[in-house]
Write a protein that binds this ligand. Structure first.
Ligand SMILES: NC(=O)c1ccc[n+]([C@@H]2O[C@H](COP(=O)([O-])OP(=O)(O)OC[C@H]3O[C@@H](n4cnc5c(N)ncnc54)[C@H](OP(=O)(O)O)[C@@H]3O)[C@@H](O)[C@H]2O)c1
Length: 389
C-alpha cells in the first residue's frame, strides 16, 4: 500500500509541477499533488487483488498461549467448489483474545490464521461454484459447515480462527457454502463485524428468543454482542436496558435508543433498577454475556416466562445454574453458540431492511494487528474493533 501511495504521489507531483495553472505557489502545487494522489489512491483498483504473494498472520506457540506472527504466502487458488476472496476487513471478538491466550479450548492452533470474522470481495471462483461470481461482496460464516437447522458435531467443529483457518489474510479460499452476500449499504469494515457478535445477538433475540415489539431486553456491558443486541432490539421496537462500567458509554447507548442505562459499578444492585425500569415485571430477554458474576442478578431481573440466552463468561464461565430461580420464573434458557448460515442470511435481510450500521469503535491497519488485540483486551471499546487489509 505504501508503495502504491508513493507512486501516486510522484505521478501527481510531477503533473502539478508541470502545470502551474493548477496551483501558483510551490506550496500550493505540493498540496495539490498530495490531494490528487489521495484521490488516485481512493479510486484506484485494489492493488493487492492480483498479488502473487499475500500477507497474512498466523498463530505460533508461545508459553501456554500463542503469538501473532506476520508472514507471507503464495496467493491461494480456488478449487472447483471454492471461492477466492480478497479480504478487506476483519473484526475481533472476545474469543480471539482467548484463542491467543490459549484459554479457548480450541486444541493446538499453531500455524492457523486467526480471527473468525471478515468480509471482502470475490476475485475468482472455481468451475462448480454457483452462489457467487467475481465482484460479489461477501462475509465468511463463523462455522464453515453449519448451514441451517440444528447444529451437528461436525458443524460445531468447523469454526474459523480456531478449528480451521480464520480471516486475517489478504486473500483466503473458502468453500462457497461458507460465505454469505453482505448487505449493500454496509462497508467491508461494517460487514466484518457481523459473523460472530452480530449473529450471536440475532440468534439469542430472534431465532431462540422470538422477540416481540414492546418486550424488555437486558444487555450487559457495551461490547460487541451487547451493542448488536441493543441495535436489533431498538429496530424491532423492543425496549432495551443496558449496563456499563462507564457513564460516557451509557450516554452513547442512550443516543442509540436504549430505554434504560445503568452503571453496574457505581450501582452494584443494578438488577433492582432494571426491575424498576420495567414497572416491576422484569425483562423478557437477557443476553447473558457476563457469566459468573452477572447471572444471579440477570435472573433477579427476569420476568415470569422470560428467556435467558446463555452466551458468555466475561467474569468467568463457572456460573452456578440457579435451578430454583429459573423454575420459579418458568424461564426458558438457551445455550447460544453463534448460529447457522441460514440465521446469518435472515439477520442480513433484517439489517438491510432497517439500514442498521454496526457500531465500530476503532479501526486498525493490518500492520497494527497486535495493537488491535491489545485494545480489544483492554475493554475500552464501545461496539467493535476492526482491522483493515
Ligand atoms: N456463545 C457464543 O456464541 C458467543 C459469541 C460471541 C461472544 N461470546 C461471549 O460473550 C462475551 C462477550 O463477547 P464480546 O465479544 O461481545 O465481548 P467484548 O466486546 O470484549 O465485551 C467487553 C465488554 O463487556 C463488558 N463487561 C466486561 N466484564 C463485564 C462484567 N463482569 N459484567 C458486565 N459487563 C462486563 C464491558 O463493557 P463496559 O465497558 O460497557 O462495562 C466490556 O467492555 C464473551 O464472554 C464471549 O466469549 C459468546
Amino acid at each position: 500500500m505504501a508503495v502504491f501511495v508513493a507512486e501516486s504521489l510522484i505521478v501527481s507531483l510531477r503533473a502539478c509541477l508541470a502545470r502551474p495553472a493548477i496551483a501558483r505557489s510551490p506550496f500550493q502545487r505540493v498540496a495539490a499533488a498530495v490531494i490528487v494522489a489521495l484521490a488516485m489512491f481512493a479510486t484506484a483498483p485494489d492493488a493487492r487483488a492480483d498479488a502473487a504473494v499475500i500477507r497474512k498472520y498466523e498463530l505460533q506457540k508461545q508459553g501456554s498461549g500463542y503469538r501473532l506472527v506476520a508472514t507471507t504466502a503464495p496467493r491461494p487458488k480456488a478449487k472447483a467448489d471454492e471461492v477466492l476472496v480478497r479480504v478487506r476487513a476483519v473484526s475481533l471478538n472476545r474469543r480471539d483474545i482467548m484463542v491467543l491466550n490459549g484459554t479457548y479450548g480450541a486444541g493446538d492452533v499453531s500455524g492457523r490464521i486467526p480471527l473468525s470474522d471478515g468480509a471482502g470481495e470475490v476475485i475468482a471462483v472455481g468451475e462448480r461454484v454457483t452462489r457467487f461470481k467475481p465482484g460479489d461482496r461477501v462475509a465468511g460464516t463463523f462455522f464453515t459447515r453449519w448451514i441451517e437447522g440444528k447444529a451437528t458435531p461436525d458443524a460445531l467443529s468447523s469454526a474459523r480462527g480456531g478449528d480451521v483457518d480464520g480471516m486475517l489474510a489478504e486473500a483466503i479460499v473458502a468453500h462457497e457454502a461458507s460465505l454469505v452476500h453482505i448487505p449493500e449499504h454496509l462497508s467491508f469494515e461494517e460487514a466484518a463485524t457481523l459473523p460472530c457478535a452480530g449473529l450471536t445477538a440475532w440468534n439469542a433475540l430472534f431465532t431462540r428468543g422470538k422477540l416481540q415489539p414492546g418486550d424488555f431486553v437486558l444487555l450487559e456491558g457495551t461490547g460487541g454482542v451487547s451493542m448488536f443486541g441493543l441495535q436489533f432490539a431498538v429496530a424491532a421496537d423492543a425496549r432495551a436496558i443496558i449496563t456499563s462500567s462507564s457513564d460516557s458509554k451509557l450516554t452513547r447507548a442512550r443516543a442509540l435508543g436504549a430505554h434504560g442505562a445503568i452503571n453496574y459499578v457505581s450501582n452494584p444492585d443494578w438488577h433492582l433498577e432494571v426491575r424498576e425500569l420495567t414497572g416491576g415485571t422484569g425483562v423478557d430477554h437477557v443476553l447473558e454475556v457476563g457469566g459468573r458474576d452477572t447471572l444471579p442478578k440477570a435472573l433477579a431481573s427476569l420476568a415470569i416466562g422470560g428467556h435467558v440466552a446463555l452466551i458468555g463468561g466475561l467474569s468467568g464461565f463457572d456460573a452456578q445454574v440457579p435451578v430454583g430461580a429459573l423454575m420459579g420464573r418458568t424461564a426458558a434458557v438457551s445455550g447460544i453458540y453463534v448460529g447457522s448460515r441460514a440465521d446469518f442470511e435472515a439477520m442480513n435481510a433484517f439489517i438491510a431492511e432497517h439500514k442498521l450500521r454496526p457500531v465500530i469503535d476503532r479501526t486498525f491497519a493490518f500492520e497494527d494487528a497486535a495493537a488491535a488485540y491489545e485494545y480489544m483486551d483492554s475493554g475500552s471499546h464501545f461496539g467493535k474493533v476492526v482491522i483493515t487489509l
